[in-house]
Design a protein around this ligand. Structure first.
Ligand SMILES: NC(=O)c1ccc[n+]([C@@H]2O[C@H](COP(=O)([O-])OP(=O)(O)OC[C@H]3O[C@@H](n4cnc5c(N)ncnc54)[C@H](O)[C@@H]3O)[C@@H](O)[C@H]2O)c1
Length: 258
């Protein structure tokens, strides 16, 4: 136990086979909850569930495509039959197409719509479907993954000299996720459903040293964060310690956006 009481809660984490999601799943299971690893990546998702179970945690892998209503509804049905309830949804998947990550001048209208549609549209779809289920159930908790780039304008200077950039779709998606969070929190007024979001700074992933140095110059201590640096905030939002925190965006960025 980590001092937060989420024992035996059923927590769906979309994109849990990925970098941040896998640490979320480990942390949720370590706190005694059932980590439902819901991802399009079956191989990585099953491997993670096996690892958590081998460490005496509770985990399930379920194939999920957040852009398919049928897939989302199937997941809700399967979990309700298996556990009798779903306590929380963590919207953490990161859909993007092969051309994602281009500079502004190279982004086509079609690719912009595709990437915004799958990512933001997927978060809408899962929130809508789980939200309706939570209404019937009488309670629920949704945590959305946003980003500091949904809060502040890009610092393009930290990417200079690298092949990296901050995609225009990402700014549109993540700022919208923050406002979608507020919309949903208000929409579900009186339903015992909370909706909050987490806006992390950059996460370490073998980025070029010159970028890391430029990025760190804006940070107040560490610089780019590890996925483990986000888990405390997630557990807090999933637990009753944050019972009256609703419609909020919690920035976890080592002060980078100040
Ligand atoms: N990495 C960062 O620096 C960073 C910073 C701030 C916010 N975030 C946000 O955190 C979240 C997780 O990011 P990450 O870096 O761990 O991503 P990742 O690419 O490591 O993992 C994303 C996961 O989502 C899954 N996925 C993709 N499309 C899907 C779909 N349609 N349905 C279900 N699953 C799908 C992938 O299979 C993968 O396992 C995203 O919302 C991202 O925007 C990341």
């Amino acid at each position: 136990m980590n001092g937060v009481d989420i024992d035996n809660k059923v927590v769906v984490i979309t994109g849990a086979a990925g970098r941040i999601g896998s640490e979320y799943a480990r942390a949720v299971a370590a706190a005694g909850a059932v980590a439902v690893i819901a991802d399009t990546s079956e191989e990585n998702g099953r491997k993670l569930a096996d690892e958590i179970i081998a460490n005496s945690g509770k985990a399930d892998f379920e194939l999920l495509d957040i852009t398919s209503k049928e897939s989302v509804q199937r997941l809700i049905t399967v979990l309700t039959e298996r556990y009798g309830r779903v306590d929380a949804l963590v919207n953490n998947a990161y859909p993007r197409n092969k051309r994602y990550g281009a500079r502004l001048e190279d982004v086509t209208y079609e690719d912009f719509c595709d990437n915004v549609g799958t990512h933001l549209g997927g978060y809408f779809l899962t929130s809508q479907q789980f939200g309706l289920h939570f209404q019937k159930q009488g309670y629920g908790n949704i945590v959305n993954m946003a980003s500091i780039y949904g809060v502040v304008a890009p610092r393009f200077e930290v990417y200079e000299g690298t092949r990296m950039t901050m995609p225009v779709e990402y700014a549109a998606i993540k700022s919208a996720v923050i406002h979608l969070t507020k919309y949903l929190a208000k929409y579900f007024k009186g339903s015992n459903i909370r909706v909050n979001c987490i806006s992390p700074g950059g996460i370490l992933d073998a980025q070029p040293v010159e970028f890391l140095d430029k990025y760190r110059a804006f940070s107040l201590s560490k610089g780019m964060l590890d996925p483990q640096d986000l888990t405390g905030t997630l557990l807090y939002l999933l637990s009753d310690m944050s019972k009256f925190v609703n419609g909020q965006n919690i920035v976890v960025d080592d002060g980078w956006a100040l």
